[in-house]
Design a protein around this ligand. Structure first.
Ligand code: IPE
Ligand code: IPE
Ligand code: MG
Length: 244
């Protein structure tokens, strides 16, 4: 169980913020433009939000870029998004590296284009010594898919005699997830006015605080992130316990 913060301390901001970046399509539609125009505008916001993290005390930022369900979109939109990811990584790698950002990807890579997977691996490798901000990009990520893949690995270890089923507890499963090296999110933000989780970090967010804001992702600003972080600091997280 996570330790309760010392009540004598000033309220702390979230150390790990996870964001469901939603509303790109509606943002473009409102301007009479194709959905991909919104995705391009959305990608530009990521940079400002990552840059704002150190000052806000946010050490871990996890962003939902493409879900396992997003393959259901038109071929034009999916291909456009994949090409945007490729170009975005190629263009941003140098700056992310020099700005001290460590980048990781979570999600199933098997269904992704090998060229994109190479770029992802390259960016992870290049930034692996960085420690200012840990940016995790969820790409072809779904929480249920992640738990299913983790269970498959766990079952394999049991079958091979490396793991005793009697020893399986919460931390064992946590250790097989894509997020195994990350702390749990403290604050999960969803933009665009939808109040749902859409299969994002279900296991990891069991005790997270949630913020649902109406802002469409391409309009989300570092100022709004700051406001949400301050809101978070004012909340009383009890983790099931009773505050004395
Ligand atoms: C979020 O914006 C980005 C992705 C899911 C890739 P949407 O594309 O879902 O935008 P809306 O929800 O249709 O406005
Ligand atoms: C969630 O947004 C996924 C991402 C932000 C990548 P969606 O727009 O795909 O979610 P639903 O369809 O509204 O639940
Ligand atoms: Mg959406």
């Amino acid at each position: 169980m996570p330790a309760l913060p010392d009540p004598g301390q000033p309220p702390l901001g979230p150390r790990h913020v996870a964001i469901i970046m939603d509303g790109n399509g509606r943002w473009a539609q409102a301007r009479g433009r194709p959905r991909l125009f919104g995705h391009h505008a959305g990608a530009k916001r990521v940079r400002d939000v990552v840059r704002a993290c150190p000052e806000l005390g946010v050490k871990y930022l996890t962003i939902f870029a493409f879900s396992t369900e997003n393959w259901k979109r038109t071929q034009v939109e999916v291909a456009g998004l994949m090409s945007l990811f490729r170009r975005y990584i190629a263009k941003e790698t140098k700056d992310l590296f020099s700005e001290g950002v460590r980048v990781r990807f979570i999600g199933d890579r098997d269904r992704l284009d090998p060229k994109l997977v190479d770029l992802m691996r390259g960016l992870e490798e290049m930034t692996k010594e960085n420690d200012l901000v840990h940016l995790t990009v969820a790409l072809n990520y779904g929480s249920r898919d992640e738990v299913a893949r983790a269970t498959k690995l766990l079952a394999r270890d049991v079958a091979q005699g490396k793991l005793d089923p009697e020893d399986v507890d919460e931390s064992t499963l946590t250790g097989y997830l894509d997020t195994r090296v990350l702390p749990d999110p403290d604050l999960v933000i969803r933009t665009s006015g939808e109040a749902r989780i859409s299969n994002f970090l279900l296991w990891q967010s069991a005790y997270a605080e949630y913020e649902f804001v109406d802002t469409l992702w391409p309009d989300f600003s570092p100022e709004e992130l700051g406001r949400l972080c301050r809101n978070y600091g004012a909340r009383d997280r009890r983790f099931g316990a009773v505050r004395a």
